[in-house]
Design a binder for this molecule. Structure first.
Ligand code: 5GP
Length: 238
């Protein structure tokens, strides 16, 4: 399946049409942005790692009964996926306080929650991805109560599966962002990516950050962190 017309170029990926109207090709770039595009840079080799990692994790989730957009890895950077209309929600699941949660509620990073916390924000660069209550999601017509419940329960299942998997790699899954999409037949499936760009991953033994926060916060060792989590994942998979 070859790339046809480029349909979209985002911050970290390009999307191409294929000869099958139900399938697209996603191509992962090394470009990195943070703070709603205010900080820009390149993380050498990131596209290759994110493509491979996201595909491995999505295939695991599929095996566990989670429907995803993954079809086939075509090359180091390119993956064939099911065409969806993205639900404009950033679905965030948190196990430990960090990032915008810690800032918003004035607590230090690192407090573990007794239950995972799911939050939604409106996927809009122009508005800065504002936080949404369930009633806002419905008032804006983004998703019905039933669809939102499906998204929430699926996000929690994904969290349980990923948390357990990363634990086996010696990595703590602090939080992550996922996106869902609707297929032509109306079903809701996991789309976008799962990678160190979209997850907070801390070394379980040392607490060292092994994710995009190294780029966001100018901590150095960015490429090395992406390589390290990928290595742990592959070693764990055997
Ligand atoms: P926070 O809201 O604390 O900034 O982010 C929570 C989690 O969601 C983090 O793992 C972060 O990587 C991910 N996340 C939230 N918003 C975005 C976004 O716009 N882009 C990406 N790549 N990840 C995000």
């Amino acid at each position: 399946m070859g790339k046809r017309q480029q349909l979209y170029e985002g911050k970290a990926k390009k999307v191409f049409a294929t000869d099958d109207p139900q399938l697209l090709i996603v191509s992962y770039k090394d470009d990195a942005t943070a703070f709603n595009g205010q900080k820009k840079g390149t993380i050498k080799g990131k596209g290759v790692i994110n493509n491979r990692m996201s595909n491995k994790l999505m295939q695991r989730l599929e095996k566990a009964g989670i429907p995803t957009h993954f079809v086939e890895e075509l090359s180091e950077r390119d993956t064939l996926v099911k065409k969806v209309t993205i639900v404009p929600l950033e679905v965030i699941v948190r196990n430990i306080a960090a990032g915008s949660f810690a800032k918003r509620y004035g607590i230090g990073e690192g407090k573990a929650f007794s239950e995972p916390c799911v939050e939604f924000s409106y996927k809009s660069d122009a508005l800065g991805d504002p936080l949404l209550a369930d009633s806002h999601v419905m008032a804006l017509g983004i998703a019905s109560a039933e669809d939102l419940e499906f998204i929430r329960s699926t996000a929690l299942k994904i969290n349980a599966l990923l948390k357990e998997f990363w634990k086996g790699c010696g990595v703590t899954l602090v939080d992550f962002k996922i996106e869902f999409g609707r297929t032509a037949d109306g079903s809701i499936i996991l789309a976008d990516e799962i990678s160190p760009d979209t997850c907070r991953l801390w070394d379980s033994a040392t607490g060292e950050k092994l994710d995009k926060d190294r780029f966001r916060r100018d901590l150095g060792g960015v490429e090395e962190a992406y390589i390290e989590v990928m290595k742990r994942l592959e070693e764990h998979e055997g």
